[in-house]
Design a protein. Structure first.
Length: 87
């Protein structure tokens, strides 16, 4: 087996494991957005209640928090997805 092929197979195995994990633990595992909230926002105050604002409101909160909480684009999207999905 060539080196390249072995790496590809390894990549698939890892992907499959990740997907299986995400599906089978879906009910138990927290979403990326919620995990970020716990780790990033929990440092200063308790995890905010997401019922408090709608999605647009949360965007403003994150905007006000820009200096305090540096989030990259993907993290911002995950956080907003979780916060904005209360109902
Ligand atoms: C470095 C500390 C710090 C971190 C980290 C932090 N906050 Fe805050 N947050 C504050 C402080 C201080 C206030 C109160 C003063 C203010 O509103 O400016 C506050 C207020 C708030 C409020 C209520 C006031 C408002 O802005 O409407 C919400 C909601 C909130 N934070 C959400 C979050 C979320 C969501 C995160 C994570 C993405 C987060 N915070 C991370 C310090 C922090």
């Amino acid at each position: 087996m060539t080196e390249g092929r072995r790496r590809t197979l390894c990549g698939f195995g890892l992907l499959a494991a990740l997907l299986a994990g995400a599906w089978s633990c879906g009910a138990v595992m927290r979403s990326p957005g919620e995990q970020l909230l716990v780790s990033k926002c929990g440092a200063c105050h308790p995890r905010p209640e997401r019922e408090r604002f709608d999605r647009a409101g949360w965007e403003e909160v994150l905007e006000r928090h820009r200096e305090r909480v540096p989030l990259d684009e993907a993290q911002r999207r995950d956080v907003l997805e979780w916060l904005g999905s209360a109902d």
